[in-house]
Design a protein around this ligand. Structure first.
Ligand code: AMP
Ligand code: SF4
Length: 460
């Protein structure tokens, strides 16, 4: 996960990046940072901290971040240290090419091999996150930066989207499969790059298009140059972006995530009906099950009810890195409403079941509050394999759908039934302008769009 933003040619670029990062906060809450290029200055103005954007970027901090070009990052650690300030991005480097600031969301999967190789050649690493690798690879090339960057990117594999500042230029690039999102927008005469379209729109800007898989964009003085660092592979958007990660108001493949989630709910209603399962009310697990439950209710005619109040100050349960912490946060997160739940047959709609820990707790709570029957409808197919492209799904042995049969899942989480959306239905609902093909679904099928080396598997 993680979110990036880049602004070119705006007075107070840091303030715009700040607002953009507030919009992308759901993608990562571990640390945040902004680097700004100020004309005539030989070093970036910079601030990064562990914690939330709103709390850390005070007026005093923003006042010091002068300059016209900015890159920003909200971090969710999927690799590297969990909370070390040294891994807060953007990273800054002084190289033979010049000063570089870089922020990346996603994962480079051949990190282990590249680190060993580069270390043998004398590289010294300051960060445990792999973003630094790109700059090491650039620094080894004696060509102009753009060429050097293309060579560097041809040596890395994974799912990533990144923004960079270099000598009055804003640079953006996206992995050749298009796994992690990056959009291009415009505000006045200036371009913006961001992980999700609302980060552009919140600034009064306009979403233009998605950065293409394998595309390298260089923006200088309001002029955009596009080229490719790799032959784009078959497009493989991460379907989990629509299912869970992205904001409902984000557009993916020309379709709003909210609408795609509603369509997934409607498809699930058909699947549930075909099994002869009924309920008195449809209820979302807030917030990520909300639009799917709405779609389910509309399609099935079963009334929509909000049986939980969510405490918005707890954050997403997964965004706390350790298991004991996750459990405490999950308990504090949802408050049941007795009058809505008692005596009802409930159709509970959630985005995904990963470890099953959260579902189990929620089902227990609903039973405690007098629910008669509880059926679950889930807008992600069974997750059976880890993600290596920047989404923190755990190892196979922790994934409930990998270690349990369907009946065992029902028993383990304590529901009367559970229906997972089929991969075909999920892809059709999320397809947008480009249709149902061209999605990565490796965590549901175990078939990865890239080679996964033995050491990458073993690191899980
Ligand atoms: P659990 O089944 O207890 O592991 O938790 C599943 C819940 O965690 C889902 O309903 C989502 O709200 C959330 N979730 C699912 N996948 C992820 C992920 N990769 N990163 C963060 N949160 C996630
Ligand atoms: Fe997304 Fe799953 Fe593919 Fe990872 S493996 S990029 S979570 S669809």
């Amino acid at each position: 996960m993680g979110g990036v933003i880049g602004i070119e040619g705006r007075k107070n670029a840091a303030r715009l990046a700040h607002v953009g990062l507030l919009t992308l906060q759901h993608r990562g809450q571990e640390s945040c940072g902004i680097a700004v290029e100020e004309k005539g200055k030989d070093a970036f103005n910079y601030f990064a901290a562990n914690g939330l954007v709103l709390g850390k970027f005070t007026e005093d901090v923003l006042e010091k971040l002068k300059g016209e070009n900015a890159v920003g990052h909200a971090r969710y650690p999927t690799s590297g240290s969990k909370s070390g300030i040294l891994d807060a991005q953007p990273f800054l480097f002084k190289s033979a090419h010049g000063n570089i600031a870089i922020a990346l969301s996603g994962n480079i999967i051949n990190t282990a091999e590249l680190r060993v190789k580069l270390a043998k050649e004398g590289a010294i690493f300051q960060h445990s996150s792999e973003t630094e690798l790109i700059v090491h690879l650039i620094a080894r090339e004696k060509l102009p930066l753009e060429h050097a960057l293309k060579i560097a990117l041809s040596k890395i594999e994974g799912g990533y989207a990144a923004v960079m500042l270099f000598k009055d230029k804003l640079i953006g690039f996206r992995d050749r499969h298009g796994l992690r999102p990056l959009v291009l927008g415009k505000i006045g005469k200036s371009f913006i790059l961001a992980s999700e379209s609302p980060a552009v729109e919140v600034l009064g800007g306009k979403y233009i298009r998605d950065v293409k898989p394998g595309e390298l964009i260089v923006i200088e003085k309001g002029k955009l140059k596009s080229s490719f660092f790799a032959k784009p592979a078959k497009q493989q958007n991460c379907i989990f972006e629509t299912v869970y990660i992205s904001r409902p108001d984000t557009h993916i493949r020309g379709m709003s995530v909210a609408k795609a989630r509603m369509a997934m709910g409607a498809k699930l209603a058909e699947q549930v009906k075909a099994q002869g399962i009924t309920a008195d009310i449809v209820m979302p697990v807030p917030d990520s099950g909300f639009f799917a439950a709405l779609g389910f209710a509309k399609a099935s005619g079963i009334p929509f009810e909000m049986g939980f109040v969510r405490n918005h100050y707890m954050g997403r349960s997964f965004l706390r890195s350790t298991q004991p912490m996750r459990e405490i946060v999950a308990k504090l997160k949802l408050f049941p409403i007795n009058d809505i739940i008692k005596g009802k047959d409930i159709m509970l709609v959630d985005d995904s079941i990963v470890r099953g820990t959260q579902s189990k707790k929620i089902i227990n709570t609903l039973r405690e509050y007098g629910a008669r029957k509880i059926h679950m409808a889930v807008t992600s197919p069974e997750i059976i394999s880890p993600c290596f492209y920047g989404v923190n799904t755990p190892s196979k042995k922790e994934l409930i759908a990998s270690t349990h049969t369907h009946d065992e899942i029902v028993k383990e989480i304590g529901v009367d039934s559970v229906t997972f959306i089929t991969i075909k239905n999920a892809a059709e609902a999320c397809g947008g302008n480009e249709g149902a093909t061209g999605f990565c679904s490796a965590c549901f099928t175990g078939k990865y769009p890239t080679k996964i080396s033995k050491s990458t598997w073993e690191a899980r």
